[in-house]
Design a protein around this ligand. Structure first.
Ligand code: ATP
Ligand code: MG
Length: 262
């Protein structure tokens, strides 16, 4: 049996971990139920720069429970995107652990991570990252093609249904360049929902949108939480703080404060 690798740093580099079960929950915030869905323990990220190592995250501990709508706030450079990249496995930890259900992200290779991410996470970036040469329909089908959870005919119908959900069905065969920024963001949401993931992670999904379009996007998120999804959203919009179920404030790579609206 292969012993899983962890990213716990020692003076010699990566060490092996015997940990095959998720860590015990942290003290429970107000209103949480059952077991955490996401557990971060000692999550640390150091970037190597020309000026030396820079610590962007220092030992973050966090539990997120099923059905939570978590808003992450903090100044530019606080480490919000870095944290998102750690919990989605898009970038490697320097130290610590990330568990989603009973899966430890640090113990998976890149191929396993791609499939795991595709099935469990819907990721929405501020810059949309739509494929410019694919129609909106094919952009939404892409995660389904990668993970193979749906047959071709089914995935096409599903993509169309998702485009209808975000009110873009009539634009399905256009390229991303032929629609507005707000519409592109809605396509990115449809794509994030393609494999019906339990968790949606969004990094400033409304940052580039006008307030009316941003509210439309936020309403879609509220509906998704009502349907049982768990959402983690980075935002600069302080007005949203009282509208999510929990707020986390980051400063200089640390969790400075948190409060629950439950
Ligand atoms: N690849 C990298 N190499 C070196 N430093 C980096 C790298 N990525 C991020 N950083 C640094 O890490 C810190 C945290 O960056 P991060 O992008 O997580 O901030 P943020 O809170 O998302 O900011 P913003 O609100 O502007 O998006 C910043 O000081 C940033 O300059
Ligand atoms: Mg960022």
């Amino acid at each position: 049996m292969v012993t899983p690798l962890s990213w716990n740093k020692t003076s010699t580099g990566l060490s092996r971990s015997t940990s095959t079960v998720p860590p015990a929950p942290l003290p429970c915030p107000q209103g949480c139920n059952g077991e955490p869905l996401i557990r971060l323990r000692g999550v640390t990220k150091r970037y190597r720069t020309a000026a030396g190592d820079f610590t962007a995250l220092s030992g973050i501990d966090l539990d997120v429970y099923p059905g939570e709508f978590v808003g992450i706030f903090g100044k530019s450079g606080a480490g919000k995107t870095t944290l998102i990249n750690m919990l989605t496995g898009v970038d490697h930890l320097s130290a610590g652990e990330v568990w989603v259900n009973s899966t430890s992200i640090q113990n998976q290779d890149e191929n396993q991570l791609v499939l795991w991410r595709g099935r469990n996470l819907g990721i929405i970036y501020q810059s949309f990252y739509l494929m410019p040469t694919l129609s909106l329909l094919h952009n939404v089908m892409l995660p389904m093609d990668v993970c193979g959870l749906y047959r071709r005919g089914v995935s096409e119908q599903r993509a169309m249904d998702l485009l209808r959900l975000v009110e873009l069905e009539e634009h399905a065969f256009k390229l991303p360049s032929a629609i507005s920024g707000g519409q592109q963001q809605r396509v990115a949401i449809a794509r994030a929902l393609a494999n019906d993931p339990p968790i949606i992670v969004a990094d400033e999904p409304t940052g580039r949108l006008d307030s009316v379009t941003a509210e439309t996007i936020f309403q879609i998120f509220i509906q998704l939480v009502a349907q049982g999804k768990t959402i983690i959203m980075v935002t600069h919009d302080r007005n949203l703080a009282h509208r999510v179920s929990r707020t986390l404030y980051m400063t200089d790579g640390e969790m400075a404060d948190s409060s629950s609206n439950a």
